[in-house]
Design a protein around this ligand. Structure first.
Ligand code: ATP
Length: 350
């Protein structure tokens, strides 16, 4: 277990900047998640930390020691790959023993650690099987056991759950998080799945186009997004294009005058979170914004209902409402009012 410092890390392929000047300090025992769309440089960053890709610039420090130029097996990092990368011709036990053999650990100790680690991931008794004789969830746990067996200073997880079905993924998320906490393991996980990131992380890093956009807690990212990209990537937002005419007054492309907070006058977008607005059958007194509209689309999501309301020819918003007994849920075509407080509208300059 150790502190992990990533300092000015960059990777260029020819003229293409896959990762640009990433600096992150991950505390001992912290679970950090790198979140971002496909191609944003998450995996490249993680692989540079693991030692599989040589950085163009920057440093990686593990427990204070510079490991930037060490090969993977000489830095004490356990890595779980997206496709697990188990050796198909080796048994489960041999797969788990692999990293220990690379590190020339004594035979008797290897046997003991393999047993211990298989027990930790609840695979006791399956050591003699080949990977193809296991379910996807079990293979995932072998990959995790292989990473844990070396008693890593840092655990690196590259989309470790993406090959599991939705229900199993939810269970394994909790299992990995509990294990990580119990062992106090400094962990970096890569995912493009925001729900996974929000569930598992102590702290999140949102990346796009090779660069860090924002670092913070779930609440920081959701309630104080640094820019339009983060507001659209973490949680959902309706974006209305327009102009901030004066502090607190936004004019949409469709001509609506809306009360908001923050931002600098000029061309801008207003971001609205769907759960911070209400739909009512008539005027919504007491709210800074109250606009008539027509329901164009309704999606029933079980616990929640999404209501898409047209406010002007150019402006449509999505309002999310809890599906409660006695709650108001209009039908398509109905005339309604949509209301929200000025503080629910966040303005981003263009
Ligand atoms: P995903 O979620 O799809 O894995 P990612 O955020 O992990 O995406 P990376 O795999 O880190 O993205 O890739 C970042 C960018 O670098 C991509 O545009 C990718 O095409 C490019 N890239 C990665 N490896 C190479 C390579 N060996 N040569 C050239 N470009 C590469």
């Amino acid at each position: 277990m150790a502190q992990l410092d990533i300092i000015g890390l960059a990777k260029r392929y020819g003229d293409f900047h896959a990762v640009r000047d990433v600096t992150l300090n991950i505390r001992d025992g912290e679970f950090l998640v790198l979140l971002g769309p496909s191609g944003c440089g998450k995996t490249t960053t993680l692989r540079m930390v693991a030692g599989f890709i040589e950085p163009t610039a920057g440093h990686v420090r593990l427990g204070g020691a510079d490991v930037t130029l060490l090969p993977p097996w000489k830095r004490n990092a356990g890595m779980v790959f997206q496709n697990y990368a188990l050796f198909p011709h080796l048994t489960v036990a041999e797969n788990v023993a692999f990293g220990l053999e690379m590190r020339k650990v004594a035979k008797a100790e290897i046997a003991q650690r393999v047993e211990e680690t298989l027990a930790l991931v609840r695979l006791t008794g399956l050591g003699d099987r080949l990977p193809r004789q296991l379910s996807g969830g079990q293979q995932q746990r072998v990959a995790l056991a292989r990473a844990l067996a070396i008693h890593p200073d840092v655990l690196l997880l590259d989309e470790p759950l993406s090959n599991l079905d939705a229900k199993l993924r939810q269970e394994v998320r909790v299992e990995i998080r509990e294990l990580q906490r119990k062992m106090g393991l400094t962990t970096v996980m890569v995912t493009h799945d925001q729900e996974e990131a929000l569930t598992m992380a102590d702290r999140l890093v949102v990346m796009s186009e090779g660069a860090v956009r924002q670092v913070g807690s779930q609440r920081d990212l959701y309630e104080q997004p640094a820019d339009r990209f983060v507001a659209g990537f973490v949680g959902r937002s309706t974006f209305l294009e327009g102009t901030l005419e004066a502090p607190g007054r936004f004019r949409t492309g469709g001509g609506l005058a809306l009360a908001c907070t923050g931002g600098a006058p000029g061309r801008a977008v207003l971001a609205l979170r769907p759960e911070q607005m209400v739909v009512r059958p008539g005027p919504a007194p007491g709210l800074d914004n109250d606009l008539p509209g027509t329901v164009e689309f309704v999606s029933y999501l079980g616990a929640l209902i999404d209501i898409h309301v047209r406010l002007s020819p150019a402006d449509r918003v999505v309002v999310q409402t809890a599906n409660r007994e006695g709650g108001y849920a209009p039908d398509v075509g109905q005339k309604v009012h949509v209301g929200w407080p000025a503080s629910a509208g966040r303005v981003f300059g263009e």
